[in-house]
Each structure stands twice: as C-alpha cells, then as structure tokens.
Design a protein around this ligand. Sequence first.
Ligand code: PLP
Length: 398
Amino acid sequence: MKTIYLDNNATTQVAPEVLEAMIPYLHELYGNPSSMHSFGGQVASVLRRARESVAHLVGADPEEILFTSCGTESDNTAILSALSIYPEKRHIVTTRVEHPAVKVLCEHLQERGCVVTELPVDSEGRLDMERYESALSKDTAIVSMMWANNETGVMFPVEEAARLARERGILFHTDAVQAVGKIPINMKSNSIDMLSLSGHKLHAPKGVGVLYVRKGTKFSPFLIGGHQEKGRRGGTENTAGIIALGKACELAAKNMERENTTVKRLRDKLEESLLNVIPNSKVNGDRSMRLPNTTNISFEFVEGEGILLLLDQFGICASSGSACTSGSLQPSHVLRAMGVPFTMAHGSVRFSLSVYNTEEEIDFVIEKLPSIIARLREMSPYWKAESSVCGIRDTDTQ
Ligand code: PLP
C-alpha cells in the first residue's frame, strides 16, 4: 500500500538530494572539522558552505547561525540565555499556544521563580497586540512567540511584536520551526534577536537545528564545553546533519514559490472539498494568516484518533493535535486556548502537506474521508441526537 504522507508538520521526508549530499560525511569523509589535518579541514570548509546556505534562506549573516541538535534545543537555549544575561529580570512573555519546547520550559522556569505571562488567543488563534504591549515591562527578560503554529498553521505578527519589544530594549525570540522554508523570512528587515529552526521540518534529517542569534545580541551558551560554534555551543558538530541542512535550505529557497502555489492550492482543494461534503465540519484557526501547507479541521461528534486509525488503513498519515500531545485524552492545548468546543476539539485532524504531495493523493483523501466520518458518526450517540434534532443527513457523505 502506498503511503500518503500528510503529516509534514510532525516531520518531513529527507529529500533525495539532501540524502545524497550527506552520505559521504557519514562514511568516507568522517574527519572532525576541528582537527588540524586537512582530512578534517575539508569537512570544515563544507560546513562553512552549509552555514552560508542556511543564512541565505533566512537573510542572515553566516556568523549569526549557530548549529544545535534540534528546535527544542534552540528554543531552550534562547530563553535560558536571556535569563542568564539579565539575572535581575525574571519575567518572560509568551503565548498560550506555544510548542512544548517553549511552553513546558516556561512552566518549569515558573516553578523556579520566574514570572511568565502567557498571552491568550481569540477563537481564530490570533493575538491581541494591545494586550501584548501592555504585558511588556522593565522586568521582561525575553519575549518568546512562535512565528507559525504547528497545529493550526496560524501565523503571529512576530515582526511587529519584535519591533515593539526592541523599542523597550527587550530581547525577542521566535520559534520559527514551522515557518522556515514555507514562507519568506528576511532577518535583515526585522528586529527579531533570536530565531529557532529545525532540520527535520524542511526535508533534512532529525537531529540538527539552528539558533539564529543577531550580531551584537548578548548571549550565554546552553551547552558548555569545547570551542565549537565560536564557543557558543560546545560539542563536536553533527557534520552530516549540518551538511544535509545546508542542502535542504538551498532546496527550500528554490521551492518557496511552490509552497505558495502548488502546495497551497492542494491544501485549499482538500479543505474546501471536505468542508463542502462533510456536515458539521469547520477549519480551526484564521484562514487568512496561515501557513500555506496546513489545515486543521474539526469533524463534530467524532474522535480524532478514530479518524486517524481509519485513515491509516488506507495508508493516509495525518495527525490529531500535535504529534507530541497525541496519546493524551485531553484535546490539544492550542484548541483549548482558542475555546474550540469540546465536541469539535476532540474531532480535529491536522493535515500538513509538502512539495512531495500530488493531486492524486489529495483526491484519494477527498474520496475516502467522508465515508470514514459517516461510519464513525453512526456509532456516536451524540451525533444521532444532533442529527435527529437538526435534521442533518450524513448519507451524502457515504
Ligand atoms: N517548535 C515547533 C513549532 C515545532 O513544531 C516543533 C516540532 O514539532 C518544535 C519546536 C521542536 O522541534 P524539534 O523536534 O526539532 O525539537
């Protein structure tokens, strides 16, 4: 059975070109880039090129790129660095819908004496910027606000938020793990001080990430050890992973146009078709300010897990909540923050596409999903009650 992979916000396939670029550095070119000999030195020069490619994708200078092991490490590093640089400031501003890489760290820091303001979102997943501004204070060490939400794809106005933080001399970090490679980013034209990205979300392998640190930003390392990354992150570099990420960034720069044309068109087709055919279905999140590849749809009175299991029987991979929170019986913290009603939140499915998805795959999902929902609703006493009161028929979805 063919796999139809619509879970690209969880992880992406390694692009064939990326795999090809990295393999020699796992095999014959295994030198340590810090070594004095030329066998290691040749790896160092390839790492330099990879750093340039990553920098180019986000409009940064190569020396502003710090390689890490993942998005989580980048997020942790940014926030802990700010707290270490400003020991007198103990306030963090963030949002209710952050990924656990930020959210759980902030909860942990709160237990250790920090004051955390988690900004709420409205029913469309949007921030109230006036509320944001009034949360900033002279005690604020850092703002950490995601660029794009992993569950809904909703984007925050991070450039505007960073400008407001800069006016007050407050450091601004954005978790751009879901945004990089999908939307144009130019660090030369904004005031963001630190930005996280993760290789496995843009067709590089797992185990490599980046923290962008703007030139002149005061910084305190998280991993203390060797002199690697100019002393900003100890540890021998994941050379193959970094080279892979460099290649993935080159491809992402080339494919950016397709994200906003082909990928977006397929996402919109999937979304529109499902909403048209399946009663009591609704998109979660602001559709106008969204990543081009993501749709989060709720099907009322069914369980997201049930939908995923039945989709899986057709080889279709999607997700309910984020990959990290599925397995818990609670609806996702993102949908709860948006106030999505319980009966809707439980039946939410996230489809996240990539440039590797085809029209045929989307047509296949459009063909299979309506009958899956109808089948699950047949077993739902809530749906029976609702449909008999409202006179809704699900038969056209068989
Ligand atoms: N931030 C966001 C928005 C994410 O979606 C993810 C992964 O899902 C992460 C951070 C964590 O990245 P990593 O898996 O590389 O640690």
